[in-house]
Each structure stands twice: as structure tokens, then as C-alpha cells.
Ligand binder design. Structure first.
Ligand SMILES: Cc1cc2nc3c(=O)[nH]c(=O)nc-3n(C[C@H](O)[C@H](O)[C@H](O)COP(=O)(O)OP(=O)(O)OC[C@H]3O[C@@H](n4cnc5c(N)ncnc54)[C@H](O)[C@@H]3O)c2cc1C
Length: 363
């Protein structure tokens, strides 16, 4: 998105992607209201998935609480969404090199030099959009950002069509587990775990073992489930616990999105932050264009950063609040107290569902 805006502003923009045109980032493909607002347009029909705007059922197994509300998400296919954004960027003049991995960033008298799997490149500004891999951070002296390890696979289940669940169960995970509908009886089933958690170890013989407690829960609810994938796929989700863990690069290398550490640690939503960051950095660089004819000094980097972060002020306050929410949700007692404030926070109705009735099918 930032690439398209920059190309329209007259910059030469080259996007490197280590995957191919059908690259698939592990994700549930839900666009929160902030992501929808940043996009400004609705994605085309082939990107959208049914049900378009699923209701969310909140299951708190520690406190036996079940709620339902409209989270105002839009349901998409993540690979189709990314491919659409890249096509839009190309139409606006961005060049894309697929199967090209950025390997090492260095600085020389011309500016920034980037070693890639297809040779050396040089540029004045490098936007690090490498997601949780956070290339520039890895090369710096900063500690890696905290992350949970998420696993997600596709199931077919006789759940009511459109079921989207967030399941909190401290016996399963300190994070949460989810079910996301992807049309008909197909669902994504996933959970996040503290890194190196027992649940995720030694599972070569039974890769779905990480999600056993979730599968048992569905079984207890009387649902029959078929596993569509041979195994759930895994990937870190960055989960900042403090705003000081965010990383903002140096001398013309500017991290955007998850590479900067911006992902909600309470929900795992990260798409909105990379879209909002993309818009802000594109506007910032456009403003500083005349100063970019020479390599970016430390002083110029600081000024670029100030403007970039000012443009992201609403996103940064949201992330601050998400950090607080994640702390609250991790403790069953606090979570149960805080959930009572949900209608006030959402400013829309939240329906209380009967816990026992939800489990009646298993009786
Ligand atoms: C299981 C799971 C479910 C999630 N569900 C949601 C959701 O429903 N909604 C939501 O908002 N967020 C969700 N997230 C979080 C979200 O996927 C990320 O926060 C978001 O994708 C971050 O976007 P990004 O552009 O910063 O990085 P990414 O989307 O990770 O993109 C990085 C891109 O850079 C490429 N790349 C990486 N390294 C290199 C390199 N060295 N050289 C060249 N290319 C490179 C990768 O191939 C990739 O295409 C989920 C995450 C997980 C793990």
C-alpha cells in the first residue's frame, strides 16, 4: 500500500518478495475496522470469504462465560488479499521481484546497500516489511520482540455455519484459541502458545496434538470434526508487552508493520498496523523528498521518524491499549471482571449466551 502511494508520488519503488506471486502468509484473513478504514475501499469479491462479517462468540472456559457480539471484521482470503494489494501497487508503477530474499543490510557512501538472493542493490530508503522475521532488527543489537507461537490448520466441522469463536482456556494456553469460518463447513482452527511451551513439543507423530484440547472441546460440544490439513502450520505472532520493545530502524532503514513490532498482543491483529504504518511512511517520505537526494543521516532519520510516528499516533495509542487488554486477558479473574465492560468499550450490544445450553449437545 505504501509502495503504491510512493510510486504515485514519483519515487522509484522496488518491492522484494521472498515468495512467489501466490505467497501465503499464515493468517486468518480478518480485517478489523481500522484495517478497513486504512484501506479506504472494499476488497474485490474474489478476495472476500463467506460469511463476510461473522459474529464473534467469546468462550471463557475458565469462567464458563459465553458472549456474542459483532466485531465488525471483514473476512478475506489472506493470499488473495496480498496478491490484490501487489497488483494494485504494480498498476501504480511499483516493480516487484518475486523469489528474491533480502539477506543483509549495510550502509556505504551511496546510502543503503542490500544483499539479496539475486545480487546487490542500493537505495536511499529501505522499508523493512519482513514481518515477524524483522530483518533489520535481527541485524541490530536490539533483543527480538516477544512473540507467541501460533498454530493454525483447516478443519471441516458440523458447527453452525459462520461460527467464529475466540476461546480463552488457561489450561490450554496463556494466549487464546480461535475458530474462523471460511465458507460452508470449513473453518480455521488455531491457538497461540508461549514459545517452547510443552504443548508444542515432540509432536512429529501427532502434529495436530497441539490443538488436542480444542478438538476435545469441540467433541464435548457434540461437533464432529475432520482434519483437512496433514498438520497445522506454525508461525510466531509478535506480542509486545511494552511500547519500548518497538523497533524503528536507523539511517534510512525504516521498519513498517510487524517488523517494527506492531501487532495487537490481545487479538493478534496485525494487518491494520502495517496498512496504517504504510500510509504514514509514504506521506512522510513524500514530505521529505527533496532531502532524500543524499544518504539519510542520523539527524534526518530522527526527523523522518518523528513525522512517521506522528502519523501513526492513533495506531500507537490503540497498541498501547491492546497491551493493557492482553495483560488483563491473561488472568482469568481480571478477564472476567473486564468483560463486563465490553458493551461500554464496544458501544454496541453484547449478547450473553447460556453456558450450559451451549454444552447441552454433549449431554
Ligand atoms: C495464525 C495467525 C493468524 C493471524 N490472523 C490475523 C488476522 O486475522 N487479522 C490480522 O489483522 N492479523 C492476523 N495475524 C497477524 C498478521 O498476519 C501479521 O501481523 C501481518 O501479516 C503483518 O504484516 P506485515 O506486512 O508486517 O508482514 P507479513 O504479512 O509477514 O509480510 C512479510 C512479507 O515479507 C516477505 N519476506 C519476509 N522476509 C523476507 C526477506 N528477507 N526478503 C524478502 N521478502 C521477505 C514474506 O514472504 C511476506 O510476504 C495472524 C497471524 C498468525 C500467525
Amino acid at each position: 500500500m505504501s509502495a503504491g502511494l510512493l510510486a504515485r508520488a514519483g519515487f522509484d519503488v522496488l518491492l522484494l518478495e521472498s515468495g512467489g506471486p501466490d505467497n501465503d502468509v499464515l493468517c486468518s484473513g480478518l480485517l478489523n475496522p481500522e484495517a478497513q478504514a486504512a484501506l479506504g475501499v472494499s476488497p474485490p469479491a474474489h478476495v472476500l470469504r463467506d460469511p463476510l462479517a461473522p459474529l464473534l462468540q467469546y468462550h471463557d472456559r475458565d469462567n464458563c462465560v459465553r458472549l456474542e457480539y459483532d466485531p465488525r471484521y471483514v473476512n478475506t482470503s489472506r493470499p488473495a488479499f496480498d496478491a490484490w494489494l501487489r497488483e494494485e501497487a504494480q498498476a501504480q508503477g511499483v516493480k516487484i521481484h518475486y523469489e528474491t530474499r533480502a539477506k543483509r543490510i549495510s550502509h556505504d557512501e551511496r546510502g543503503i546497500s542490500l544483499a539479496t538472493s539475486a545480487g546487490e542493490l542500493s537505495c536511499r530508503v529501505l522499508l523493512d516489511c519482513t514481518g515477524w522475521r524483522a530483518l533489520s532488527r535481527k541485524q541490530s543489537e536490539r533483543r527480538p520482540a516477544p512473540a507467541v507461537h501460533a498454530f493454525q490448520g483447516t478443519i471441516t466441522a458440523d458447527l453452525p455455519p459462520g461460527s467464529m469463536w475466540a476461546i480463552f482456556d488457561s489450561a490450554l494456553t496463556d494466549y487464546y484459541a480461535w475458530i474462523v469460518p471460511k465458507g460452508g463447513q470449513r473453518f480455521l482452527l488455531g491457538a497461540g502458545y508461549l514459545q517452547a511451551s510443552e504443548v508444542t513439543r515432540d509432536q512429529a507423530d501427532n502434529p495436530w496434538g497441539k490443538l488436542t484440547r480444542m478438538l476435545d472441546y469441540l467433541d464435548a460440544l457434540g461437533c464432529s470434526v475432520e482434519l483437512e490439513d496433514a498438520k497445522p502450520l506454525g508461525s510466531p505472532i509478535t506480542t509486545p508487552t511494552d511500547m519500548r520493545q518497538l523497533w524503528w530502524g536507523e539511517r534510512g532503514v525504516v521498519p513498517v508493520g510487524e517488523a517494527s513490532g506492531m501487532v495487537s498482543p490481545s487479538s493478534g491483529d496485525g494487518i491494520s498496523f502495517c496498512l496504517q504504518g504504510g500510509i504514514s511512511i509514504a506521506q512522510t517520505l513524500t514530505q521529505f523528498r527533496s532531502e532524500l537526494s543524499s544518504p539519510v543521516s542520523e539527524d534526518l532519520h530522527r526527523r523522518i521518524l518523528r513525522r512517521y510516528l506522528a502519523g501513526m499516533a492513533p495506531a500507537l495509542s490503540e497498541l498501547r491499549f491492546n497491551i493493557l487488554k492482553a495483560r488483563t486477558a491473561a488472568d482469568p479473574l481480571w478477564r472476567n471482571a473486564a468483560v463486563r465492560l465490553l458493551p461500554l468499550f464496544l458501544r454496541r450490544p453484547v449478547q450473553h449466551l447460556d453456558w450450559a445450553a451451549g454444552h447441552a449437545r454433549s449431554a
